[in-house]
Ligand binder design. Structure first.
Ligand SMILES: NC(=O)c1ccc[n+]([C@@H]2O[C@H](COP(=O)([O-])OP(=O)(O)OC[C@H]3O[C@@H](n4cnc5c(N)ncnc54)[C@H](OP(=O)(O)O)[C@@H]3O)[C@@H](O)[C@H]2O)c1
Length: 331
């Protein structure tokens, strides 16, 4: 495993991080979840990503149990706040109340005194940004969070937050966007802004939720046990299951083979070629997937390989920066 600084901060993360969306507390049994975390640790992954909303808060609890025996200084735990964690009006968003309630709940479930990175899981258009950043600053000053990040924020939202963070002395260090060979919407605006401001990208779904592993075949039923067959996962994956995308992914197979990689490794290595990426957050429903995917760390892809990828995927690649957006209303 290789390691990178999270943006221009002093925090070092494993360039492949393990995230537990869809899987922990939902799709997979707890012993399998713990085996995945163990495989990640064995491979040198030190960075773990979760969110209060995952599996109705159960994912944080599973991760907390899975890392309970680890030396706290040796791992980085990242979680998020914004999506609803309960039925109340103040159980979502980025108000002072929900941020300060939220961090306490996350720490309790994660069985830790602090999280390394506390992230705004979307932009909250119904809370003044000043209130949000002040609440994050208080979470940091109370020692409950070491660094602050955002997820899926637009370039101008990140710039405004950075100005306030600087005024508050707040270590605002990262953005967590979707990024893969197929979904490149951060390249035009978000990455240039973050590079200028010193924020690193912790990118999610680098394998397009498993589609870029090549296991979904055009016009065939998804493999048993895959995310496309999981009730909570299927809807998120639907956009990638058209036969145009699935055929193109099969056409990437010789490209991966020429680079000595599996398709999943090629997909993860591809996002890591971007120096603005601090970490690729992978998911896994089985420890074998972790063992396979971590071998993407340290891989250098030749320009010939990346050019071939662009040719094969062609018009299927999404680049429109307007695709980065948060709900107009707090959920
Ligand atoms: N900030 C946000 O809004 C946001 C949103 C989404 C995700 N995230 C973060 O990003 C993390 C990763 O997202 P993701 O799980 O979508 O990432 P991903 O790595 O693109 O997809 C992971 C899934 O693909 C399948 N897979 C992985 N490796 C495989 C392999 N070698 N062969 C075949 N199938 C393989 C597995 O699903 P099956 O085996 O079930 O098919 C696995 O759970 C999340 O856990 C979360 O921490 C953040």
């Amino acid at each position: 495993m290789e390691y990178r600084h999270l943006g221009r901060s002093g925090l070092i993360v494993s360039e492949i991080a393990y995230g537990n969306w869809i899987t922990h507390g939902s799709q997979i049994a707890e012993d399998t979840a713990i085996a995945c975390v163990r495989a990640a640790l064995d491979a040198g992954i030190t960075t773990f990503d979760t969110a209060d909303v995952y599996a109705g808060t159960r994912a944080e609890s599973v991760l907390g149990r899975a890392v309970a025996g680890e030396r706290r200084e040796g791992i980085e735990i990242c979680t998020k706040v914004y999506w609803p964690t309960g039925p109340g009006r103040n159980d979502s968003g980025l108000s002072r109340k929900h941020i300060l309630d939220g961090i306490n709940g996350s720490l309790r479930r994660l069985r830790t005194d602090y999280v390394d990175l506390y992230q705004a899981h979307r932009y909250d258009h119904s809370t003044p940004l000043e209130e949000t950043m002040q609440a994050f600053a208080d979470a940091v000053r109370s020692g409950k969070a070491l660094y602050i990040g955002v997820s899926e924020w637009r370039a101008e939202e990140i710039r405004a937050a950075r100005t306030l963070a600087d005024q508050l002395g707040l270590p605002f260090v990262s953005n967590q966007p979707q990024y893969s060979m197929l979904w490149r919407v951060i390249e035009a605006e978000v990455i240039p802004a973050c590079d200028e401001l010193g924020l690193g990208q912790m990118v999610w779904s680098p394998a397009a939720q498993g589609v870029l592993s090549g296991k979904y075949l055009p016009r065939q039923a998804p493999p048993a046990g895959s995310r496309a067959t999981d009730p909570s996962g299927a809807s998120f994956l639907a956009r990638w299951l058209g036969s145009d995308v699935l055929t193109a992914v099969q056409n990437l197979r010789p490209v991966a083979e020429s680079a000595g990689l599996t398709l999943a490794q090629l997909a993860i290595a591809w996002v890591l070629q971007n120096p603005s990426v601090s970490a690729a957050i992978i998911g896994a429903s089985r420890p074998e997937q972790v063992a396979e995917n971590v071998r993407a760390s340290g891989v250098k892809l030749d320009k010939e390989v990346t050019d071939r990828i662009d040719t094969v995927l062609g018009g299927l690649i999404t680049t429109d920066p307007a695709q980065t957006a948060s709900p107009a209303e707090r959920p």
